[in-house]
Design a protein around this ligand. Structure first.
Ligand SMILES: Cc1cc2nc3c(=O)[nH]c(=O)nc-3n(C[C@H](O)[C@H](O)[C@H](O)COP(=O)(O)O)c2cc1C
Length: 166
C-alpha cells in the first residue's frame, strides 16, 4: 500500500524546467522525497512524479498561468519512485531572460497546511469525478465556480488555505 511521506518543516523542494516542462534542475530536498537519482530526473518530463489523484484541471490552470507570465500556487499530491506519496504547497513561476522572454519555469514547494490538505483532497476527488464525465473543462468549471462563489481569485483562495484555514 502507498504510504504518505510528510515534509519536515523547513523543507524547500525546488526544481526548474524548460518551456515544455522537462526537468533541468532539482535540489537535494527534491531527491529526498522523490527518491529518484538526479540523473533519472534530468531531462525527463515533470509528470514523472504525477500522482493519479491529481485532477487534470489543476495542471491546465498551472500551465495557463505560467505560460501567460503569471505565478500560480497549488496543493499538489506527488508520487515518488516507490509509489509513496507526499503533499506539497507549490509556487510555480516563469523565469525570464534579459529581453523579457520566458525561458523556463521554477517551482518551490513547502510543507502544506494539513487542514488545507483535508479540504483539498475532497475537492480534488470531486474534480476527478467530474472530469470522468465532462473532461478537463468540467474540472476547470468547478474551480471557476468556487472562485465565483467565494468572490476571490484562484491564487487568493489557495494561498489563504495554506496560511490559515477558515
Ligand atoms: C516548474 C514546474 C514544476 C512542476 N511540478 C510538478 C510536480 O511537482 N508534480 C506534478 O505532478 N506536476 C508538476 N508539474 C506539471 C507537469 O509538467 C505536468 O503538467 C503534470 O504532471 C501533468 O502531466 P500530464 O498532463 O502529462 O498528466 C510542474 C510543471 C512545471 C512547469
Amino acid at each position: 500500500m502507498e504510504k504518505e511521506l510528510i515534509l519536515t518543516p523547513g523543507t524547500l523542494i525546488t526544481s526548474k524546467t524548460d518551456l515544455k516542462g522537462k526537468i533541468t534542475y532539482c535540489n537535494k530536498d527534491f531527491l529526498r522525497y522523490a527518491l529518484y537519482e538526479e540523473e533519472e530526473l534530468l531531462n525527463k518530463p515533470h509528470n514523472i512524479i504525477r500522482h493519479p489523484d491529481m485532477p487534470k484541471a489543476v495542471f491546465k490552470l498551472l500551465w495557463d498561468y505560467i505560460q501567460n507570465g503569471k505565478e500560480i500556487f497549488a496543493f499538489v499530491k506527488n508520487r515518488n519512485k516507490y509509489g509513496d506519496f507526499y503533499w506539497v504547497f507549490a509556487n510555480i513561476t516563469p523565469s525570464y531572460n534579459a529581453s523579457d522572454e520566458i525561458i523556463g519555469y521554477y517551482s518551490v514547494r513547502r510543507k502544506p497546511n494539513p487542514k488545507a490538505i483535508e479540504q483539498i483532497s475532497d475537492i480534488y476527488a470531486q474534480m476527478i469525478q467530474i472530469e470522468k464525465t465532462d473532461g478537463i473543462s468540467g474540472g476547470v468549471s468547478m474551480v471557476e465556480e468556487l472562485c465565483k462563489n467565494l468572490g476571490k481569485s484562484y491564487n487568493q483562495i489557495v494561498f489563504e488555505m495554506q496560511k490559515d484555514l477558515k
